[in-house]
Design a protein around this ligand. Structure first.
Ligand code: SF4
Length: 383
């Protein structure tokens, strides 16, 4: 398979943002709204027109539908959205992921997804524990997770993933271990584990500001370590800080994104990196539709991508992956020079035990992965 390192042009992925949720989780910082009457039809019309106004310039190998919750769409709406993507792409992708929230999983929706060629389903479990789910403001109950999982297995998707969140308010370490063990018991092909981040303007951030919840960095580091050790032992190889897979089940769409390939995003708030630019669609259904109806797509936060920007971002995201990065190879790929400060940084991080493989292939050590955010800042400061 061609990879982002070898392919020219690079692999293309199509992302679709389905911006609807029935209620808002307390930690949610994504653009989503409760669908009002007629919104879903306006959204589907909009995506069809957006695909016609900005079609992929070559067949994409991966589709990824996220949100929001794509599962709020009824079977006929899912079919319409899928047909629009397949028509615009001209070919079926080899990987097609759809994120689903447990409460939205229904047999008829899964049947439509399978028929259309969806290969990968990612279930937003977050926790199997009712009190942790309540602390996160999630609307589903543990029994809905098990029901959804049974139906997903029964539908026969090639690749399944579960998403979990740790360091939730009041979540004791033993509860997190129980969540991990339960996820492994269900035997998905892939597991994502995210440390809860409290983003501004979320209900949990407000509780943090009022002192009703607190963040404990030492506890988070201990949970990271325990998670990585446990999942590795259970046959899930870590391939990125938050992602673990059985052999052959890493998410190719995400790998291509982290390797700075190209992607086109459709729907409000969807981001793109394409033809030397990065941009985002308006994070508002009406504003996004306004551009589409006028026949001129509104693009926000437009950044022209210089070779240096691509190189720096490929290093930062690449370092989060266990395979690491080859700085010289990336510099040649993007046609940029490696700054002298980066070489010095690599040597220093290796001396501090945070990095190995300098100068050829830089890989963060376990300690380095725990400090990946600070290392990313240090890499970006080299320019
Ligand atoms: S389901 Fe996802 S997108 Fe919707 S409110 Fe919860 S976290 Fe946000």
């Amino acid at each position: 398979m061609e990879t982002a390192e070898t392919a020219d042009p690079p692999p293309l992925g199509l992302y679709c943002h389905v911006p609807f949720c029935v209620s808002t989780c307390d930690f949610c910082a994504f653009y989503q709204e409760k669908p009002r009457r007629g919104d879903i039809l306006r959204y589907l019309d909009g995506v069809e027109r957006e695909l016609a106004l900005c079609p992929p310039d070559r067949a994409a190998g991966t589709f990824f539908w996220g949100g929001g919750t794509p599962g709020v769409l009824a079977p006929e709406a899912l079919r319409r959205l899928g047909s629009a993507f397949l028509r615009a792409n001209g070919a079926a992708p080899f990987e097609w992921t759809v994120e689903l929230a447990p409460a939205t999983v229904k047999r008829d929706r899964l049947a439509v997804l399978r028929e259309m060629g969806v290969t990968r389903v990612s279930l937003g479990v977050q926790s199997f524990d009712a009190s942790t789910l309540a602390a996160l403001g999630r609307q589903h109950l543990p029994r809905q997770i098990y029901q959804a999982w049974d139906w997903i297995r029964e539908a026969g998707f090639k690749n399944t993933s579960l998403d979990l969140i740790f360091a939730a308010p009041g979540q004791e370490e033993s509860r997190w271990h129980a969540d991990l063990a339960e996820a492994v018991r269900l035997a998905p092909d892939h597991i994502s584990t995210y440390c809860l981040t409290l983003e501004e303007d979320t209900a949990l951030f407000i509780k943090l500001a009022k002192g009703r919840v607190r963040v404990d960095a030492d506890n988070e580091a201990a949970l990271y370590r325990a998670t990585w050790a446990f999942l590795e032992e259970q046959g899930y190889a870590q391939y990125e800080i938050s992602n673990f897979a059985r052999a052959g089940h890493a998410c190719v769409h995400n790998l291509n994104t982290w390797r700075m390939a190209e992607w086109l995003g459709y729907g409000p708030a969807a981001a793109s990196q394409w033809r030397g630019q990065r941009f985002q669609n308006p994070a508002n259904l009406d504003r996004w539709l306004k551009g589409i109806e006028a026949g001129a797509l509104l693009r926000e936060q437009v950044v022209a991508l210089s070779p240096e920007t691509l190189l720096a971002d490929a290093l930062v995201f690449g370092l989060r992956m266990n395979a690491g990065v080859e700085p010289e190879v990336l510099a040649r790929r993007f046609g940029a020079r490696l700054p002298a400060a980066l070489r010095t940084l690599g040597i220093r991080l290796e001396e501090e035990g945070l990095l190995s493989g300098v100068p050829e292939c830089w890989r963060l050590t376990l300690e380095g992965r725990l400090r990946a955010d600070a290392i990313a800042v240090a890499v970006l400061e080299c320019w």
